[in-house]
Design a binder for this molecule. Structure first.
Ligand code: HEM
Ligand code: NAG
Ligand code: NAG
Length: 326
């Protein structure tokens, strides 16, 4: 019996992450955790939008070809279409990129050539979630950074707000996430903000008979029309994902979704589809259940498709490969 349990546990760890462990840098870069924690604290205190920006960046990196910092590569003559150029990347936060690059620069002074950019963002994401009120989870370390970055892989990997629930479930299933894990992860929308264009079709000229999407709470829709009135001329206009507690990592998102306060069409669907609604109701009532499932799902996301050994490298700059690709 004990043997069977152990065996199952072993099988549930994706093979490529077997070499990762939370103490990976304890001998080679003992200040790693402290340097990340201090920089995260300073940046988040000055720019409160950092936590959400970094979490979204991490999600995008992992879901597109694994947690390998491919999202940091800047396009240049050799990599003309890096991941971050994909249309969907347009809205990724500059502060999130800045934080990781700052930490990398400090680590290169302390322990040169030792810590990967992909480990930095994994650890920073966890520290930031904790700092804004979310659950703690252990971060296994030892990722290598990717040797390529390809914008054309992004659209196929990412879920978008206009997808059907079948499509969203399939996107996550393609990365071995269950429906329950998908719902828990999307609870990330309890922090951060969204540009108006992502939900504009729900609040302006929704249908021949209604200006706004009737599944939105009418007062909320009215507020959003105010916030976004000039969004076609000013594309930076945006709204909080969780209007109740915008910068606190809590379970308010799930209550919102059930009350017509979900910002994206996909948020609304989570509360409407019979496969996801019971999970949303459970998380809305029980924050502990959400935190437990979110932490577990983040541990799983954090080791998605990681590269170890010769499959990757420790970049010396997060935005460039060490060598010009052949
Ligand atoms: C159902 C699947 C999902 C869809 C369709 C979706 C879509 C979006 C969109 C369109 C935005 C707004 C981006 C912008 O305007 O700048 C956004 C923001 C965000 N998403 Fe998601 N997302 C999904 C799941 C997730 C997951 C699984 C995570 C993390 C684990 C996540 C984390 C975030 C965060 C933190 C923000 C706020 C970013 C910021 O404030 O800078 N999302 N999402
Ligand atoms: C709408 O946004 C544009 C672009 O930022 C700006 O130039 C314009 O003044 C705004 N309109 C008004 C009336 O504020
Ligand atoms: C299509 C597009 O506008 N891509 C942008 C993605 O992000 C990079 C870096 O922030 C921009 O330089 C690209 O123009």
């Amino acid at each position: 019996m004990a043997f069977a349990v152990l065996f199952l546990l072993f099988l549930s760890v994706p093979f490529s992450s077997a070499k990762l462990n939370p103490d990976y840098y304890s001998a080679t870069c003992p200040d790693f955790a402290k340097i990340v924690r201090d920089q995260v604290f300073t940046k988040q205190s000055v720019v409160p939008a950092t936590a959400a920006g970094v979490l979204r960046l991490f999600f995008h990196d992992c879901i597109t070809d694994g947690c390998d910092a491919s999202i940091f590569i800047s396009s240049n003559a050799y990599t003309p279409h890096a991941e971050r150029d994909a249309d969907l990347n347009l809205s990724l936060s500059g502060d999130a990129f800045d934080l990781v690059i700052k930490i990398k620069n400090l680590l290169e002074l302390t322990c040169p050539g030792v810590v990967s950019c992909s480990d930095i963002i994994a650890q920073a994401t966890r520290d930031l979630i904790k700092m804004v009120g979310g659950p703690y989870f252990p971060v296994r370390l030892g990722r290598k950074d990717s040797l390529n970055s390809d914008a054309s892989k992004v659209p196929a990997s990412l879920p978008t707000p206009t997808m059907t629930m079948d499509d969203i479930i399939n996107k996550f299933a393609a990365r071995k996430f269950t429906v329950r894990e998908m719902v828990a992860l999307t609870g990330a929308h309890t922090i951060g903000f969204t540009h108006c264009k992502e939900f504009a079709n729900r609040i302006f000229n929704f249908s021949p008979t209604s200006q706004v999407d009737p599944t939105l709470h009418p007062k909320f829709a009215e507020g959003l029309r105010h916030v976004c009135w000039n969004y076609t001329k000013d594309p930076s206009m945006s709204a909080f994902n969780d209007p109740r507690s915008p910068s606190k990592f809590d379970n308010a998102y799930f209550g919102n979704v059930l009350k017509g306060l979900g910002l994206l069409r996909s948020d609304y669907l989570l509360g409407a589809d019979p496969r996801t609604r019971p999970i949303v109701e459970e998380y809305a009532k029980n924050e502990q259940a959400f935190f437990r499932d979110f932490a577990k799902a983040m541990e799983k996301l954090a080791v998605l498709g990681v590269k170890t050994g010769n499959a990757g490298e420790i970049r010396s700059r997060c935005d460039q490969f060490n060598h010009i690709p052949a």
